[in-house]
Design a protein around this ligand. Sequence first.
Ligand code: SAH
Length: 360
Amino acid sequence: MEGSLPSLAKKILLTAGDLKLRALLEERRAPLSVADFMDFALQDPETGYYQKRLPLGQQGDFITAPEISPLFGEIVGAYLIYRWQEQERPHPFSLVELGPGRGTLMADILRVASKVAPAFYEGARVRLVERHPDLRCQQKELIYHPQITWHDSLETALEEKCPLFLVANEFFDALPIHQYEKGPNGWHERGVTLTTDGALSWTLMPTEKSLDANGVFFESAPLGHAIMSQILMHLKRHGGSAFICDYGYETGYTDTLQGVKDHGYQDVLSFVGEVDLSAHVDFGVFLTQASGYNIATRLMTQGDFLGEHFLEDRIEALMKAPLSLTQKRALQEGARRLTDPKEMGVLFKVLLLDANGEQP
Ligand code: SAH
């Protein structure tokens, strides 16, 4: 490890989150489950990542699809407008976004709507679920709509009993997961503890959960499942449609908890509160949940979704538009990153839900 004194100090000093977590573990004299650890690291009001740091963009830790290309939000907007037309243009309806980040996706959706579907724009009651105080401010600067409110949770965003059109991009991966391991003495839950010399380390805790999962490792995301149930219930009762995009899998993954800082992977137990923690989304569970509510589903890769919704045609049209060469290159490069199987095209999945009963 080399560098100037201030940069070295920055690398080795404990974060406020590290110190608070150590004190918490000492006080409770028991480990925290991975889910409680994630919740602390991400949401603690004083030191949590999603309360304090600005995660997104070149200056942040990672960059998301709507930030990479405005075509992502335009295509999602056109998709929602199409679904709304298919469901006989309800007015009013709730247009909900979970975790809007800087607000780029919703701003792009509303821009498309105001141009091509004024009745969609006017009928929308925009409900944004966001807890991060600074991100809320950024969203207020970027998104304009006459009927817009902010919410801490989906519950209050769904108070109106009207059809729901919902988007969530890279939201579910930020919710806490539990991890279970099978050893010689049966299943245990993975947790975080303090070693005798005061370092954070992994440990195994007893669990009462009886797991019959095949294999030796299992993840579950009860908060994600509860939020999905709320969405499905509302769709079933009041109609509507949802677009959910995240990195994830349908079957066959194991330990997916990861840390990201400054656009690179980072040890999960280091720099608590300054590292983005996330886990791959188990879309297989969402599909099973949806079938219980009789909601039509379709799961596809991000690359296939954008391809099916005319990304190529949009790029072709824009190449003929009066834009500078630099702007044209940026649009082409953005589209490539979103669809290339080696970049976001395959790892990211799109789950479409529709109350109409037909395959979306
Ligand atoms: N959708 C955005 C941002 C993704 S980052 C984009 O694609 O650019 C995750 C977002 O979810 C952030 O806005 C974060 O503040 C929010 N978030 C994370 N956990 C949350 C929770 N439990 N409740 C509400 N919002 C949450």
